[in-house]
Design a protein around this ligand. Sequence first.
Ligand SMILES: Nc1ncnc2c1ncn2[C@@H]1O[C@H](COP(=O)(O)OP(=O)(O)OP(=O)(O)O)[C@@H](O)[C@H]1O
Length: 390
Amino acid sequence: MTLPPLVDPAAALSRDEVGRYSRHLIIPDVGMAGQKRLKNAKVLVIGAGGLGSPTLMYLAAAGVGTIGIVDFDVVDESNLQRQVIHGQSDIGIPKAQSAKNSMLEINPYITVVTHEVALSNENAVELFSQYDLILDGADNFATRYLVNDAAILAGKPYVWGSIYRFEGQVSVFWESAPDGLGINYRDLYPQAPPPGMVPSCAEGGVLGILCATIGSIMGTEAIKLICGIGESLLGRLMVYDALEMTFRTVRIRKDPAGAKVTELIDYDDFCGVVSDEAQAAAADSTLTPSEVKARLDDGAPVALIDVRDPVEWDIVHLPGATLIPKGEFESGEGLGKIPQDRPVVLYCRTGIRSAEVLAMVKSAGFADATHIQGGITAWAQQVDPSMPIY
Ligand SMILES: Nc1ncnc2c1ncn2[C@@H]1O[C@H](COP(=O)(O)OP(=O)(O)OP(=O)(O)O)[C@@H](O)[C@H]1O
């Protein structure tokens, strides 16, 4: 369906702007009103990488008045095969800054705001609330679910794209859209794929020019939403196959079983992302649920620590465990609560958060610390099938 324009028109275009945007102004569907809407629009793009590059360049050229860029990374030589907003002389400089320089070179009449930070639970909703529309050009599942949930909480629409080798996907999500369907990314992908199942572009490669195709569709959807023209991809998934040269669109239906998003969660845990530090800490300090059960049955002294959140503890927890949520280790107060006189065994839901806490606990000097592989979920599967799995 055609959605109402997302943005009100700006008061006026200058004489120079009229000249610059003349090929837009003479399209009846855009016209003066549409171009003024673009001028008044505030769009935030996550990632100045493969997808962000063409999107940012064309949104700048189109005269989107305020464009924010979130990226924490610096330009690397291996980026230049596809991240065409950056050039050889940008290697080593922050991507957000490099992108801003290129965009202002394309169009000095716009405002570019750089956010050289990682999008996180701490900043996402606040950042999104400053913009009309979000574009997700990130390359990892944890960020995708964070963008989705933060957009829901901020009440904002967003355009999402993803690429791999010769194939790309694009859609628009907007939980509180005036169409009443309320489609979000979780309706399409309720669960993140198991870690390692879907390789990243860094692992599997990507045809550089694919970014231009998918990024420019994302930019097109952004312009349509801002101006309120055409059929949005809201509620539809577009799949592009460059080798077969086919575009297919499939309808996305609201998942009636989908949980309502009311707060941000631990996205690394949700997506099974383990940091390098946590992997190193867990390498020789991981016990299976059966091994821990055997120790407890033998009466061995063990400080069994549950690092999940209190709401999860209320659902189910292991007998004899003590709750010290991961957040308390991050704020520094958790370490002081660990008994010093016994080996420490940590657990969480799936073994991701406990591996992160294990790294902190070990570097604080607790040499005899381990965690349970697969967490309380594996415990329920392998040791006690009567326990609920959530
Ligand atoms: N949470 C996040 N916050 C800010 N920027 C992010 C976040 N997640 C991803 N990005 C950025 O999104 C961009 C994605 O670009 P792209 O997919 O081309 O990957 P890349 O990291 O540049 O390349 P490669 O992984 O192949 O080295 C990157 O510039 C990355 O820094």
